[in-house]
Design a protein around this ligand. Sequence first.
Ligand code: G6Q
Length: 545
Amino acid sequence: MEKPMTDVSQSQEWLLLAEHFEQIRPIHLKQHFEEDPTRAESFTFEDCGWYVDLSKNLMDSTTLKLLLDLAKACKLSDAIEEMFSGQKINKTENRAVLHTALRNCSNTPVFVDGEDVMSLINSVISRMEKVAERIRSGKWRGYTGEKIKTVVNIGIGGSDLGPCMVYEALKHYSDRSLEARYVSNVDAAHLIEQISDLDAAETLFVVASKTFTTQETMTNAATARKWLTDQLGSEDAVRNHFIALSSNREKVVEFGIDPANMFEFWNWVGGRYSLTSAIGFSLLATLGKDIFKRLREGFHSVDLHFRNSPLERNIPVLMALMGIWYNNFFRTQTYAILPYSQYLHRLPAYLQQTDMESNGKSIDRSGQPVPFDTGPVIWGEPGTNGQHAFYQLIHQGTKLVPCDFIGFINPLAKSGDHHEKLMANFFAQQEALAFGKERSILEEEGIAEDQIPFRVFTGNRPSTCLLAEKLTPESLGSLIAFYEHKVFVQGVIWNIYSFDQWGVELGKQLSIKILDELKEGERDGLKHDGSTNAQIRHYLTNKIR
Ligand code: G6Q
């Protein structure tokens, strides 16, 4: 196969986009809509339960065509096939990238090193379902014979953000007989605040760690074990109150967890893509197997859509191309995720990791510095809270902030006209951003001349609308998969490796040395830079012993 070009910004397709950018830049969204009355229909795509309206983006059909040409020049379709078929596309870790196999509800074979991984996946899921069912039905008993009432997931990063976000998102579907709590921070406050009101006899800890060596998780797990055995009076209680989700059997056994209570996943599942692997166990236990299955089906429908739809109608591809358009041509630095659903309050944080840990890279696949911007800063809050906080900057600030507005036609939590009010804001904000408010309107309204400049809204601020009928396990799964694949496409076009995360290592390494210094004091003198030495000394001097 022909090698992809190293510096895509030197390609003919990129240069044509740059030229086109100069032509289209002065055109206001208002003008785009006036000139093309069918614009909304032409740029709206519906599939996998989602209505995705791209028409309020700063582009036209030529932009989209040129962006699609760029994707084709980067051999995107081949790259998609390489991922789905289990090739080792995570080259810096020599691993396949097969989160799509985890939710492959069609069960078509997927091979890694000649082995069909579907049977591995199905057997772990079926074991997880059985154990989750025993916990839910009360057959699983704690050490003193009590039923489990609370599942505490101890994990961090990819072993925390996904399950925590989905648990919050799908709370409505829980029968509330079992509660999940999530502990991630090594700050003891997190664990203590999450468990201090619990009865150990009714608590199950799920230690979620692919490596089972992560400092934060292992520290929290050890403290949780002590809390439990102190309360229940025996080390033997660990067996009834600890489950492990990991790919490191040896370390799980070393910690004292029975391998019968361990659910495994594999090195071809990246942490931040592991939500539908064993890492989702807390969801199976608290929401039940049907909800977990429906969630996986939602993911799978987008996987099929992404693999099989032409690029021109491929929703994650189009989302990715819009992102590249803003990032590399408008030179925007950030991207806002604005879910109009309180249930999705953890979604921006979850997508921060999906995107920023995947595409926050500055070295291309040949080891050379990337000569253009890669992944944006992802941020956001649920609407309408964001409106009363940072929307001012999006409407009138000096920065262009592309936004995704995520909403649902029917509410899960029904009460009076709350939902109509929520959604009225959802539509109004996009309209206001796009079309603004001109001076002439303010004059007609009789606004004093000296006030007018402050009240003008320039508009022409882009947004994408993602609207589904209802927040369901399926629509949530599909939504997450849209973003996962969007990030993948951008990584292909930028020619960076999206599935490693070497950037998280250095801080971890340095902290090991400093931990020793904080515990032991300044024995052989501090050998950091002047600032770090001074900070550590200030800490040591003022620490209450
Ligand atoms: C995600 C990263 C990272 C990882 C955590 C937890 O893609 O790899 O966020 O999930 O560092 O790692 P463990 O599951 O090994 O504890």
